[in-house]
Design a binder for this molecule. Structure first.
Ligand SMILES: N[C@@H](CCC(=O)N[C@@H](CS)C(=O)NCC(=O)O)C(=O)O
Length: 225
């Protein structure tokens, strides 16, 4: 049975990065759009798959898994021998990927989602943005990028010199900030995070222009990217 990806019609959650892992790994899948506006994600059937009633969820031939980062790890590991290598096999190399994924989750994601909720989520629901929340998020994210700048001064990617799942996961929502008028990811002046203004060979430019990602965004899977 083809793998099913449950994603939302009005919000992405981690569905975009799951779709990207599926693309990088050349895994066929069926997209099942879940209508968050009508509460389809809170029905008993959906809650049986995901007790918090959120997207994304996958159903891999009866094996149900939720939480975007966990799904990405599972797919990268299960399909380690096909498509783009994303998750190294060596213990130490893998530990470095896990370190960078934890850093993303604890340091990068909170300000990104704080800003995204204001500039994308609220307008989508017809609510007014709170500029003070946006400004605080930008200050926080900039401070985190200052540390990324140090990390990326030593290695080309976050977990070494190869692109891994740790880099890919950073595409979750951060690319939407510019859509909401907060262009911080592409204007941050550090030469490693972003070689402004030439934008050549920077980490952010590198990961956000991966062909599989550009294609997914261009195809504009509704609600996902
Ligand atoms: N930590 C979860 C977060 C999932 C999440 O927050 N999904 C949102 C979509 S942006 C959702 O389903 N929201 C509906 C709700 O929480 O009721 C993950 O990474 O998968």
């Amino acid at each position: 049975m083809v793998l099913k990806l449950y994603a939302g019609t009005i919000a992405s959650g981690g569905s975009g990065i799951v779709a990207l892992v599926l693309a990088e790994k050349q895994i066929p899948f069926e997209l099942v759009l879940t209508d968050l506006a009508t509460g389809e994600h809170k029905t008993p059937e959906f809650l049986a798959m995901h007790p918090f009633g959120q997207i994304p969820v996958i159903d891999d031939d009866g094996f149900v898994l939720y939480e975007g980062r966990a799904i990405c790890r599972y797919l990268a590991e299960k399909y380690s021998d096909q498509g783009t290598p994303l998750y190294p096999k060596g213990l130490k190399e893998r530990a470095l990927v896990e370190q960078a994924i934890s850093v993303e989750s604890a340091n990068f994601w909170p300000p990104v989602i704080q800003i995204a909720r204001e500039v994308i989520g609220k307008p989508m629901r017809g609510l007014d943005k709170d500029q003070s929340i946006i400004d605080a998020g930008i200050v926080d994210l900039t401070a985190k990028l200052d540390v990324y700048e140090v990390i990326l001064g030593k290695t080309k990617y976050l977990a070494g010199d190869e692109f891994t799942l740790a880099d890919l996961i950073h595409l979750m929502a951060a690319h939407r900030l510019a859509d909401g008028g907060v262009d911080i990811m592409s204007t941050y002046p550090g030469p490693n995070v972003h070689r402004f203004p030439t934008c050549v060979s920077s980490w952010w430019n590198d990961i956000s222009t991966r062909p599989a990602w550009v294609k997914l965004r261009a195809e504009g899977i509704k609600g996902i990217i």
